[in-house]
Design a binder for this molecule. Structure first.
Ligand SMILES: Cc1cc2nc3c(=O)[nH]c(=O)nc-3n(C[C@H](O)[C@H](O)[C@H](O)COP(=O)(O)O)c2cc1C
Length: 181
């Protein structure tokens, strides 16, 4: 069955490791007939949540109008959400954290975002898999609270520079992730 997949990236490096895995995922998902909409958060203007709780009261997801409002309809309609990012200081990069925080607008605005499929693609320099905890755990808890169904995680350690991902099987794993959606 063809599904609507929204992919949200968090790296500012267009030729970087997480983008290479993102591209591999998208190619694979599209070849299976899924419709993929991609948002590169680091190339867009998305601030944090102001917690004003006026979500959807002005006709838009967020009363503070920035690029989140252009993502919101696609997120709301999506069957699957895929987040891709590097680890920054053991945590989620600021560039994509604003998007994740603003997902609160659906909750406060009374929109049903439950039942979506959810996947994570991430990479980091260090070899220790616990480095991913600061990305993986908040994302898994966010997914659980929103009643999203986890379909898979691709977590690739040991990649620092642009191109390092090619020395791993990260892109192959990212392509295989599309089989689970
Ligand atoms: C600001 C910043 C913070 C980083 N913090 C970490 C870190 O805490 N742990 C780690 O293993 N790698 C860290 N890295 C390395 C990146 O995760 C790594 O280079 C990754 O491959 C970048 O992915 P990208 O090419 O998709 O941007 C950091 C890189 C930057 C630029």
């Amino acid at each position: 069955m063809s599904k609507k997949i929204v992919v949200i990236t968090g790296s500012p490096r267009k030729n970087g490791n997480s983008f290479a895995m993102t591209d591999a995922f998208i190619r694979s998902a599209e070849s299976k007939g899924h419709k993929v909409t991609r948002f590169d958060a680091a190339m867009m203007k998305v601030g944090g949540c102001r917690a004003c709780e006026t979500c959807f009261k002005t006709g838009r997801a967020c009363s503070f109008d920035d690029d989140f409002n252009s993502m919101a309809p696609a997120i709301l309609e999506a069957d699957a959400l895929v987040f891709t990012m590097p680890v920054y200081w053991y945590s989620i990069p600021a560039q994509i954290k604003g998007v994740i925080d603003r997902i609160f607008s659906f909750v406060a605005g009374g929109k049903d975002i439950s039942g979506k499929e959810y996947a994570l693609i991430a990479c980091c320099e260090e070899e220790d898999m616990s480095v991913f905890d600061g990305v993986r755990i908040p994302m898994e808890r966010t997914a659980a609270l929103n009643k999203w169904k986890m379909v898979g995680e691709v977590l690739v350690p040991g990649v620092l520079n642009v191109g390092d991902i090619e020395k791993t099987d990260g892109c192959r794993q990212a392509a295989a992730l599309a089989d689970k959606i």
